[in-house]
Each structure stands twice: as C-alpha cells, then as structure tokens.
Ligand binder design. Structure first.
Ligand SMILES: Nc1ncnc2c1ncn2[C@@H]1O[C@H](COP(=O)(O)OP(=O)(O)OP(=O)(O)O)[C@@H](O)[C@H]1O
Length: 540
C-alpha cells in the first residue's frame, strides 16, 4: 500500500480497538492486500490495516513510545473526492486536512489480491462513490473558473493553482480557467456564457466577481434560465470573501474547492437595486452609515491592514457619528422572537431534506425549470427609485441614523454573523437599523455582541425582515464643524467629500436608491442546502 503522507489526521479515535473486528455487512467490506480491509461505515470509509501500525512503530524511539498505534483510520465520505478500480488496483483520492490552512489531496492505493473478488470490488467502489456523492450532489461538475489576478493583493492566481485546482482535478471536475482582464470583465463573460455548457462559475476572487457574474447572467436574453442553470460559487481569494464564508463555511481556498465539489445546488434570492437610471442586482449586503464609512472611508489608514476597519468603526462609534436619512420600508416581520423561530423552523426543514438527500430544487434538469415559461428577469413589483413611492411603503425620517445595514447573507466577515436569521431563499432581506446616539457603553456592548450573533437582541437594535425599501441619505449639516473634522481625520476620512454607500462591499454614488427582493432568482452551491453555514445560539 502507498500513502501520500505518513502523518494521518484521519485516525479514527472512535474506531475499532486493535485486535477486534466488529460485525459488518460483507458487501460493505473489501479485503485487499496485506490483510487490510476497506469498509463502508456510516459516515466514513474505514481503513483497517496493520501496515499503518507497523510504519509508525518503525519510527519508535528506542522502544520508548507506546506500542499500541492505531491500525484504523476513518475518511469521512464528504472528504472523498474520487474512487476508482483499475484492473485490481483500488485508488481513493480524498481531501486531507492540512493544518489550519485547509486541505491537500491525499490518496490511498491498495490491490485486490483475491482475483475472484473483482466483481465485488467493482460494486464496492460504486458504493463508495454513491456515498461520496449522494443523489443531491452532481459529480464531475463542469466549472468555469474566473480568477481576478489582482484579488487578495495579487495572490489569487497562486491560491487558485496551489490550493484549489488540485482538489477540483482530483474530483475529476471539468475545469476551464480564465483570468479577468479588466473591471467588468466577469460581467461580460457571464453575459455571453452558454448556460448549457457549464454547471458552475467559480470566482477565485473577493466578492466583487460573484457580484459581476450574477449581473452578467441577468443580462442574458434568457436571463432566468441562465440564473437557474448556472450556479455561482466563490473560491475565497480576495479581501472580502463573504460568499464563501456563508455557503462554503470557510475562508480557505482549498476547503472551498471541496465545498464546491460537494456543493448542493440551491436557490438564492437576489436584491434588485435601482439608483439614478441604473438597475442591477446585489447578492450580499447594502450599507449606509457606519459600516459603509468604516469599510470604504478608511483609505488613508490602509497602512493599518485589516485593522483599519475596526479602528475606523470605533472612532465613528465613540464619536457618535450620525448619517441622517429618510427610509421607507415594506416590512414583513418586525417581531424578533418570531423571526428567530421562523428561522429555526426553516433550518430544521432544510436539515431534514439534506439528511434524505432531497435537493432544495431539482438537480439540473432543464424540464424542471421555470414552470411559468418566463424567460426574462421578473419585472419590479415596487417600481424604481424614480417612481412615486407606492402606498405599501411606510416612511420614517431618521435624523440620527447611525447604521443602516441590510443583508441577504449571514456572515459579513469571518467573525461577524451580522444577520443571524438570514436565509438564502426566504424571499426577504434582514435589516439592521441603529441610531447613532445610543450611549457609548451600549454601542461598545453591541460591537462585542456581533461575534456571538446576539446583536439583534438589544432593544436599541431595530431588526426586521423586509421585502423592499427606499433610502434617501442626506449630508449631515454639522459635518463641517471642528469636531467632525477631527473625527474624520482620526477615522481616516479627512479627504472624503461626500457620504458613502456600499453595495456588496463596493462603493456606489451617494444618492437615493430602492431595493426589492427577487425570490429564488439565482443559484448557488451550498454545503447544507438552502441555509447558510451558521449555527444559531440555542437561546434566546
Ligand atoms: N484585471 C483586472 N483589472 C482591474 N480590475 C479588475 C480586474 N479583474 C477584476 N477586477 C475588478 O476588481 C474588483 C474587486 O474584485 P474582488 O472582489 O475579486 O477582489 P478583492 O481582493 O476583494 O478586492 P477589493 O478589496 O477591491 O474588493 C472587481 O470589481 C473586479 O471588476
């Protein structure tokens, strides 16, 4: 037997004690050379091999180390990328944890010595592949990879080649790679893409490229079909990797590649934005106030690295900075308790479906597409920013607004599950609205609560589900005073001449805009079905 690595992180601590053999279904067991056995367990491939023990013991220091090294290892089915039988050789390639950084491709290779077992071995390998790829997961996905060569301070290409590509290759995905050559290139590529020719567009980038790809697909002649057929995914290689945190559950390019290989096609709502005469889609967030300012308005603090956001945020928070705006909403639910309980219910439902391998929507069968026969994106239910505000909107002036933040995903950065009740396809956005005048001590407590997902529990936090809103921000009248100037200097915004609005992390004009949810318009890949990678605290 060969193994790619002598250190085995898959030692099964709960495995069979040395010298014992449990009762097993004989169809699940394959006996291979050197008396080793490969067994299809409940959740993992179990390798029982005396050779594993001997190899370890050989390195034993003068017999001082214990002699009972394990002879078993368990490789979770999720980690198995491919298995094959070539004549009598069985090879299994799998994602092998590689420290904190992610994973690398490992393999085991055994020979079936008893020639009469060939037919059994074939069935066994098929059985392993069925467990590695249950019916809700497509094998050998056809993936168009777009790499932003400037993403992640220029490291995206090397992340892709070193970490992600080997995983996709081991899983036998059909991969077609292209570097983006200019801003907007990913939109152009997605607009021209033949939806029949690929299953996934994977962006080795930050959140900028997925934003462009959704919008490119939405420009196709048969946009709804393109958005339904082609799943958009992210291999996290940028400075903001929200999409991967939410859907792949990781910031690591190699682990994200595994999540894409094993990803379940799932629907996701998009947010239609109209501003001026422009219309486009947002998939993650929109911010006016402290978040947008700390993210986009701290350019002169770039020397601080990623700490600039925290610093910029604290300066504005402690300075009780306000960002006045008029906000009109079509609210769906403003009761936090019921929002939480609806969320828990939806999660249970999705988990039950995933356990039975029921896909959130039919795999990729075009006959199941778009029952209503519509081809273009749905028309806006609430009109555009240039239309008269429909009477369904409730309007409130917010002269002391501190933070207006709307999310269509849960995690906004690795430690910030800002929108804990966000669901990919509930047809709603999660909205956080906080006054800039809350006492400083409360504001600091709020800041520390974000990490725990409990920000919404504060009575001062207006947290609701909405289906549409319009926001008209104004320049704060006292923003020219000395205090304001000092705060702007400390916060890294001394050269800033106007307010900032961030949509999916990118700056857009400081002008009124309107947003509405377009339910299940897009398709993504997720690990758990139509829920994000977040476990809500049990209470409250
Ligand atoms: N070759 C290119 N030259 C210039 N800009 C590009 C190129 N390729 C992509 N871009 C643009 O870079 C922007 C940021 O992309 P992305 O989110 O992938 O990276 P990032 O590292 O997270 O960067 P940022 O911090 O600027 O968001 C996108 O708007 C995209 O259009």
């Amino acid at each position: 037997m060969e193994d790619s690595n002598t250190v085995n992180p898959f030692d099964d601590s709960a495995g069979f004690p040395y010298g014992t053999t449990p009762e097993l279904d004989s169809a699940a067991v394959l006996t291979v050379d050197r008396n080793a056995t490969l067994t299809l367990g409940t959740d993992a491939l179990i390798v029982l091999d005396d050779g594993l023990r001997h190899r370890r013991v050989a390195g034993n220091c003068c017999g001082l180390l214990p002699q009972f090294s394990k002879t078993t290892r368990a490789i979770p089915f999720y980690n198995i990328l491919w298995a094959e039988l070539d004549e009598f050789a069985v090879t299994v390639r799998y994602a092998q944890p590689n420290g904190k950084a992610g994973c690398k491709v490992g393999y085991i290779n055994y020979t079936v010595t008893d020639k009469s077992l060939h037919a059994h071995a074939k069935l066994w390998v098929d059985g392993l592949m069925d467990r590695a790829y249950p019916s809700n997961i497509k094998r050998r996905k056809r993936i168009r990879v777009l790499v932003n060569p400037f993403g992640g301070q220029g490291q995206a290409w090397s992340f892709w080649t070193r970490e992600a590509e080997p995983v996709l290759a081991a899983a036998r995905c059909e991969v077609d790679v292209e570097k983006t050559g200019y801003r907007g290139h990913a939109t152009d590529i997605a607009e021209k893409l033949d939806p029949e020719s690929v299953d996934v567009v994977a962006c080795a980038s930050g959140d900028g490229l997925p934003h462009e790809v959704f919008n490119g697909l939405a420009k196709q002649k048969n946009a709804r079909r393109a958005l339904r057929k082609v799943a958009v995914a992210q291999i996290p290689c940028g400075s903001g990797n929200g999409m991967s945190l939410n859907l792949n559950g990781t910031n690591s390019p190699s682990l994200a590649a595994v999540a894409i290989v094993k990803g379940i096609r799932s629907p996701m709502d998009l947010i239609a934005i109209t501003q001026g005469h422009k219309k486009y889609y947002s998939f993650m967030s929109q911010a006016v106030g402290i978040i947008a300012e700390s993210d986009l308005g701290t350019e002169s603090l770039r020397w601080m690295g990623s700490f600039r956001f925290t610093w910029g945020f604290l300066v504005r928070l402690l300075g009780q900075t306000i960002y006045p705006a008029e906000i009109s909403l079509v609210a769906d639910n403003a009761d936090k308790r019921s929002i939480r309980s609806n969320y828990r219910h939806a999660v249970e439902e999705q988990q039950a479906m995933a356990a039975k391998h029921i896909p959130p929507f039919p795999t990729d069968d075009s006959s199941a597409l778009l029952e209503d026969g519509e081809t273009d994106v749905p028309s806006l239910r609430y009109g555009t920013i240039n239309d008269k505000l429909p009477p369904t909107f409730e309007t409130r002036d917010n002269p002391t607004l501190g933070n207006f933040y709307v999310g269509k995903m849960c995690w906004m950065s690795p430690d910030a599950p800002f929108f804990p009740t966000s669901l990919p396809a509930d047809g709603k956005m999660d909205l956080v609205n906080i006054s800039g005048t809350v006492p400083r001590s409360t504001a600091v407590a709020m800041l520390t609560s974000v990490e725990k997902g409990t920000l919404m529990n504060f009575p001062e936090v207006d947290y609701r589900k909405v289906v549409a809103y319009r926001i008209s921000p104004r320049v704060h009248q006292s923003s020219h005073g000395l205090r304001s100037r000092v705060l702007r200097f400390l916060g890294g915004a001394e050269k800033q001449t106007e307010g900032l609005i961030s949509i999916d992390g990118e700056k857009v004009p400081f002008e009124p805009f309107q947003a509405e949810v377009v339910p299940s318009l897009a398709t993504v890949l997720s690990r758990r079905g139509a829920i994000y990678e977040y476990d809500m605290p049990k209470s409250p």
